[in-house]
Write a protein that binds this ligand. Structure first.
Ligand code: PLP
Length: 476
């Protein structure tokens, strides 16, 4: 009988191999046993690829264990050209924010302790004064994220009542955020007005009744409407809301704090503009253009913010101390706008000159040439990401690799220091705009290793390979 499965060694024998026994000094034995079982199962499934010598079995099991032990949440180099990439964790933090997190994490803190009074205090005080100073709001509150801020605001203003919103703003923002679904979960009754492309002041006025809890305005984020369109400006909507004595909730999304029009990013209001436009409450994210940690920031009139703070839901949506520490440190940088642009990585990346990005790409290309890796430097169009400035394209530059782009792309993602790029026109593009300058060297090393083929652990190969052993198509 010629069945190769007969030849597979037993789990017990493999566990006793020298190279495998030493693994049990680093991780529990049952974890090693799991990797051994996976190696045997893979060999049974694809006998042609099965290891044959003891050394091959050891190497296979070691690679499988390494792949299993690697955290699923790991630092990644963002070479996609999308700066605030939601799937890659949005904004990288400023050094000041990272230091604040470390200081707060190390020991105890005054999170809910009033040091002056020597008594219980509130976590809600920590960023409020700075947010008011920077945006002109009367009061401010920070919760877990912008979706939470929207739920809390709607539930407080319009639970069991009408929330009036334009049909042109019932958008889906990324995977699991649909404005109508979030509104429904908050307990508010969604009242749609206008049409997809045009909504007028009269549409809102006609819909307002004794049942109205709030008027709602939502930034469309990832998409734009062009052509025969009409919308009511936030300022005009605030006037309608004031006249009817109903609150206006403005979900403004991006958290833009500085005018970036000198860098070609024009047409979106800053947080200060949104507050000045007169909404009762403005909600925004902390980790988009603000460049801080994940957070939902609520700005607005004192009576409304106070009502939100008293809502029992605020307890369920509250923000943790590390976030507050990072947000406070980030906000402080905005007192000096030039410093914010320099030290907040997302802003530095968005405002870096194209020429500087090109020079860095050229330096990576030159370093790759030393490793014998051919690459081109190509001009690209980077984007902001995070739903902000959806139609803006930022001139940028990438290193392009032409040989086996899908294979190298897979190896880069599986590597020691994973890199995410993108495949376009048959080449693998590594855009330098969202790569921190300090990481150019790491990017170069990862590219050289991936092209040489040394960075892919054996266990990881199977993930990207299809039945016949060919690379799976890159579907991003
Ligand atoms: C991104 C965005 C949200 C969701 O923000 P999270 O902080 O991810 O919860 C909500 N509204 C708008 C307009 C957005 O752009």
């Amino acid at each position: 009988m010629n069945d190769p499965r007969r030849a597979l060694p037993s789990i017990h024998v493999l566990l006793e191999l020298d190279g495998v026994r030493t693994l049990a000094e680093q991780v529990p034995r049952q974890v090693v046993a799991e990797a051994v079982r996976a190696a045997v199962a893979a060999a049974r499934e694809r006998p042609a690829d099965a290891p044959s010598t003891d050394a091959e079995w050891s190497a296979d099991i070691t690679a499988r264990l390494a792949a299993r032990e690697r955290p699923t949440l790991q630092p990644v180099l963002n070479a996609t050209g999308v700066v605030l990439h939601t799937n890659l964790g949005r904004a990288p933090l400023a050094a000041a924010a990272i230091n604040a997190i470390a200081d707060t994490a190390r020991g105890f803190s005054s999170l809910e302790y009033d040091m002056g009074a020597g008594a219980r205090g509130s976590r809600h005080v920590h960023c409020a004064a700075l947010l008011c100073e920077l945006t002109g709001a009367e009061d401010a509150l920070v919760v877990n994220n912008c979706a939470a801020a929207l739920v809390l605001a709607l539930n407080t203003l319009a639970d069991g009542r009408d929330a009036i919103v334009s049909r042109g703003e019932l958008v889906e923002i990324g995977g699991s955020f649909r404005v109508p679904d979030i509104m429904a979960k908050s307990g508010a009754r969604l009242v749609e007005v206008g049409t997809t492309n045009r909504t007028h002041a009269e549409d809102y006025r006609r819909a307002i009744s004794a049942q109205t809890g709030a008027l709602v305005r939502v930034h469309r984020s990832n998409f734009t409407l062009d052509g025969f369109v009409a919308a009511v400006s936030p300022r005009d909507l605030a006037a309608i809301a004031d006249a009817a004595k109903v609150p206006l909730l403005h979900d403004f999304g991006s958290g833009l704090m500085l005018d970036l029009s000198p860098w070609g990013l024009a047409g979106e209001p800053t947080a200060r503009d949104a507050v000045a436009d007169g909404a009762s409450l403005v909600v925004m994210s902390g980790d988009k253009l603000l460049g801080g940690p994940q957070a939902g920031i609520i700005l607005g009139r004192a009576a409304h913010v106070d009502a939100l703070r008293r809502n029992p839901l605020a307890r369920a949506l509250r923000v943790d101390k590390l976030t507050l520490a990072a947000l406070h440190a980030t906000l402080r940088l905005y007192r000096e706008p030039a410093r914010a642009l320099r030290e907040i990585p997302a802003l530095a990346m968005l405002t870096a000159s194209a020429e500087w990005v090109r020079q860095r790409a050229a330096a990576v290309q030159a370093a790759l040439a030393v490793h014998g890796v051919p690459a081109r430097v190509v001009s690209t169009a980077a984007t902001v990401g995070g739903g902000a400035f959806p139609s803006s394209r930022i001139p940028s530059w990438a290193v392009a690799l032409d040989e086996q782009p899908a294979v190298v792309d897979q190896r880069l993602r599986d590597g020691e220091r994973p890199v995410v790029g993108r495949i376009a026109d048959g080449a693998l593009l590594l855009d330098l705009r969202a790569v921190a300058p300090d990481d150019d060297r790491a990017l170069t090393d990862a590219l050289a290793a991936a092209v040489a083929g040394g960075s892919m652990p054996r266990g990881a190969v199977a993930r990207g390979a299809s039945e016949d052993g060919q690379e799976a198509p890159n579907d991003r």
